[in-house]
Design a binder for this molecule. Structure first.
Ligand code: KG4
Ligand code: ZN
Length: 414
C-alpha cells in the first residue's frame, strides 16, 4: 500500500491547463467538466427583458437581451402596461436564447436568480412569475435579487475588488451613493430627493425633440445628450449645480430640468421656432446640462469619499469608487469622477457601458455572489412577492448630512 502510494506520488500530476488542452483536442468543453455552479439570471424590472448564464468563476456562458427603448422613445416615456406586454412577449424567447447560446440544458443549472425589487410592478411581475414556474419545474433554488445590489456588485465579476468599496449608482430610476461592506451589507450615504439623473436627461432630450435628430433618433435620452454635447459649448449657457449649500450626499435633478426647460422655451422664442422642432443651440444646451449634471454628481461623491475616510469606513489610500447604472456609461461624467478620485487617492472603476445599463449578467452574477456567501437562497418560494419600492441597505444619510463636510473646490476641466 505504501509502495503504491509512493508510485502514485512519483507520477507527475497533469497541470489543469494541460488537461484542458487535452480535453479540447477531443472536442470537450473543459469548463463543463470541471463544472462550476451555473446560474441563470433574469431581469425585467424596467424596460429590458434580459437573461444570462454565468458560472462561479465569472465566466459568461450566454446572454440575451430585448430592449424596449425604441418603443418607449416613440410614446415619450415608459408606459407600464406596454412594458409588461413586451416583457410577456419576449421573456420565453430571451431565456431560451441565453440557454441555447450557453449550450447548457436547464437541468445543469444550480439556481435561478431574478430581479424582484425595486422596479415597475407590472414589469417585475412578469420576470417573477416566469422564474417561479421554471424553478418549480426544475426543482432548483430561487435567489431573489435587489436590482441596485446587482448594479453595485457587477464590478466584482470583472475586477478583483474587495469589500469595502464606495458605489455610485446613477440610472433612469435610481441615484444613490452607498458603502458596500459585503454582498448584502450596504450603508446608504445619500440619494436623490426627487428624480434620477437618467430620468432628467431623458426629459431634457424629449423636450429638445432629439428623437427627430438624425444622429440620435434611436438613442436613449442620456446617450443622445452625451452624443450631441460633443458638438456644443458647455459655457454657452450657465446652469448652476443644485444643492450647493446642503453639505450632505443627497442629489436633486428636478431644478436642473426646470431651468433647462426655461432656457429651451426662451430659445424657441428667440429663434422663432415651434415646440417640437430642433433648436440651433440644442448641442450647447446638451453640453451645459451634461456639465452641470457631472459637477453635481462629482461634488456629492467627493463628500462621500471624505466622509468614509474621516470615519475610517474606507482605507486612507487606494480606496475604490465604483460607478455603475445607465448614466455611468457617460464618459463625460466618468471624467468628472476621475478628477475626484485623483484628488482623493482613490481608484475609479466602471463596468463597460453594456454592463452599466440593465442586463442579465449582473443578475446572474449577483446570484453567484449570494450562492457563495450563502445568503438569500430560497428552497421554498411560497409567499415570495415583488416589491416596486425597496431601499438599499441601512440609511445613514442624515448622519452624513450632520457631519457637514466641506468639500474643497476642484477644477472641472473636462
Ligand atoms: O440602468 P439603466 O439601463 O436602467 C435603469 O435602471 O434605470 O439606465 C437607463 C438610463 C436612461 O435614463 C438613459 O437615458 C441613461 O441611463 N443613459 C445615459 C447614457 N446611456 C444611458 N445617460 C447618460 N449618458 C449615457 N451615455
Ligand atoms: Zn438599472
Amino acid at each position: 500500500m505504501l509502495t503504491l502510494h509512493k508510485a502514485a506520488a512519483a507520477l507527475p500530476k497533469p497541470s489543469r491547463s494541460r488537461m484542458c488542452e487535452f480535453l479540447r483536442s477531443f472536442g470537450f468543453d473543459p469548463g463543463k467538466l470541471f463544472l462550476h455552479k451555473l446560474i441563470l439570471g433574469i431581469e425585467t424590472s424596467c424596460d429590458d427583458t434580459a437573461a444570462a448564464v454565468v458560472d462561479e468563476s465569472g465566466k459568461v456562458w450566454g446572454e440575451a437581451i430585448h430592449s424596449q427603448t425604441e418603443v418607449h422613445l416613440k410614446t415619450g416615456g415608459i408606459v407600464p402596461p406596454v412594458a409588461q406586454q413586451l416583457h410577456r412577449e419576449n421573456i420565453q424567447r430571451i431565456v431560451k436564447e441565453a440557454l441555447s447560446t450557453s449550450k447548457i440544458s436547464p437541468s445543469e443549472l444550480s439556481a435561478i436568480a431574478t430581479t424582484v425589487k425595486p422596479g415597475l410592478a407590472l414589469s417585475l411581475g412578469v420576470g417573477l412569475s416566469f422564474s417561479l414556474r421554471l424553478v418549480d419545474q426544475l426543482k432548483i433554488p430561487f435567489i431573489p435579487i435587489h436590482h441596485m445590489e446587482a448594479h453595485a456588485l457587477t464590478i466584482r465579476l470583472l475586477n478583483k475588488v474587495e469589500f469595502p468599496f464606495l458605489v455610485l449608482l446613477i440610472s433612469g430610476g435610481h441615484c444613490l451613493l452607498a458603502l458596500v461592506r459585503g454582498v448584502s451589507d450596504f450603508l446608504l450615504l445619500g440619494k436623490s430627493l426627487d428624480i434620477a439623473p437618467g430620468d432628467m436627461l431623458d426629459k431634457v432630450a424629449r423636450r429638445l425633440s432629439l428623437i427627430k435628430h438624425p444622429e440620435c433618433s434611436t438613442m436613449s435620452g442620456g446617450k443622445a445628450i452625451e452624443h450631441l454635447a460633443k458638438q456644443g459649448n458647455k459655457l454657452h449657457f450657465d446652469i448652476k449645480p443644485p444643492m450647493q449649500r446642503a453639505k450632505n450626499c443627497d442629489f436633486s435633478f428636478t431644478g436642473l430640468q426646470h431651468v433647462t426647460d426655461r432656457i429651451i422655451t426662451q430659445k424657441e422664442k428667440e429663434e422663432g421656432i415651434q415646440k417640437g422642432q430642433i433648436l440651433s443651440s440644442a448641442a450647447h444646451i446638451a453640453a451645459a446640462v451634461q456639465h452641470t449634471t457631472a459637477c453635481h454628481i462629482a461634488k456629492r461623491t467627493h463628500r462621500a469619499i471624505l466622509y468614509c475616510k474621516q470615519r475610517d469606513l474606507l482605507p486612507q489610500s487606494n480606496a475604490v469608487l465604483v460607478a455603475s447604472g445607465g448614466v455611468a456609461s457617460n464618459f463625460y461624467i466618468r471624467k468628472a469622477l476621475e478628477i475626484v478620485t485623483n484628488a482623493t487617492q482613490c481608484t475609479l472603476l466602471c463596468p463597460p457601458p453594456r454592463l452599466c445599463t440593465d442586463n442579465g449578467i449582473m443578475i446572474a452574477w449577483n446570484g453567484i455572489e449570494r450562492l457563495r456567501a450563502g445568503v438569500g437562497i430560497l428552497y421554498n418560494t411560497e409567499g415570495i412577492r415583488y416589491e416596486p419600492k425597496c431601499p438599499l441597505g441601512v440609511d445613514i444619510s442624515e448622519e452624513v448630512g450632520e457631519a457637514a463636510i466641506k468639500v474643497p473646490r476642484l477644477k472641472m476641466e473636462i
